[in-house]
Design a protein around this ligand. Structure first.
Ligand code: ZN
Length: 302
């Protein structure tokens, strides 16, 4: 038995706390914004990715390939949607990947992987019948989550994780909201007993000029999650996060909220190229993806 003086014990405790603090602050996994941006560019190289397009087929395969490297728990949720007014049958696929299935307490991260068939907000009316490339609106959220999938496959976060890529988010029109969010509606209707602790939806997170206001429905129905995310953004010094509500956005979080899953929409809706043919990779940046990646790491690991 070694008898220590009070001073020795205090010094020992000080040394231990420095060691522990050092570990906890420096050992968070590193998100690679450049890698995420490469995923964004790769998706855009497939061209527009609306249901029924060649790009949609290729992206479906690409995502399955990419995720299969990170987990053997990748599954597809295939379903058909019949668009009555256009008399067209859409073959849609939600792509679901899971990590650490033994963990009962789970967190859901999601993004939509389809893109919009029509650039109906294009300033040039001649371009409004063209499809959107969806660098920000589609590819950016998926890109961040592909990089997050790589990280969580290597190191266990605080919770079990499910990453879901929704299809058919952007099929709707302003006068027919029912045709938006087809994938998340199908997912919510078929969730069975799935009840994650919370969810975060990423949509349009790649804008070079990044600004996040709190989304209205999120702030109304999942305030604790908004507070959690915003407080972590503050602790990282992310000035692009603003403390007020600006937009109410009809997005994939709404079917989840209706099904009792507390989920927020992290969306930069002040994007001048939204639903235009100008939504291309040059409007996005690795630095913006890095910010969102760092924020997710902070939430999942600290
Ligand atoms: Zn959209």
């Amino acid at each position: 038995m070694i008898i220590k003086t009070k001073k020795e014990i205090l010094l020992h405790l000080l040394f231990l706390s420095i060691l522990l603090y050092g570990c906890s602050s420096s050992s968070l996994p590193k998100f690679d914004g450049e890698k995420a941006f490469a995923y964004l560019s790769e998706q855009c190289q497939f061209g527009p990715r609306y249901p029924g397009s060649a790009g949609h087929d290729r992206t479906r395969k690409y995502l399955l390939d990419k995720l299969s490297f990170q987990t053997n728990l990748v599954k597809t949720q295939d379903f058909v949607y019949f668009d009555q007014s256009q008399k067209v049958k859409l073959e849609l696929t939600n792509i679901i990947s899971s990590f650490y299935p033994e963990k009962k307490e789970r967190v859901l991260l999601s993004a939509h992987w389809d893109t919009r068939p029509l650039a109906d907000q294009d300033p040039d009316t001649a371009m409004r019948s063209k499809p959107v490339l969806g660098a920000n609106d589609g590819a950016s959220g998926v890109a961040v989550l592909l990089e997050i999938a790589r990280i969580i496959s290597q190191r266990k976060p605080k919770w079990g994780m499910d990453i879901v890529f929704f299809d058919g988010e952007d099929w709707g029109s302003e006068d027919d909201l029912d045709k938006f969010c087809l994938g998340s509606k199908y997912f919510a209707e078929n969730k069975g007993g799935y009840q994650p602790k919370f969810g975060i939806l990423l949509d349009m997170v790649g804008d070079k000029e990044l600004t996040f206001y709190q989304e209205g429905y999120s702030s109304t129905y999942a305030k604790e999650i908004v507070d959690l995310v915003w407080s972590r953004a503050k602790s990282l010094g992310l000035a692009c996060f603003k403390d007020s509500v600006k937009h109410f956005v009809y997005d994939d979080h709404l079917p989840l909220l209706s099904a009792g899953i507390p989920c927020i929409d992290l969306i930069d809706f002040d994007y001048p190229y939204w639903h235009t043919t100008q939504d291309t990779p040059d409007k996005c940046s690795p630095e913006s993806l890095q910010k969102i990646g760092d924020l997710l790491i902070e939430i999942l690991y600290r």
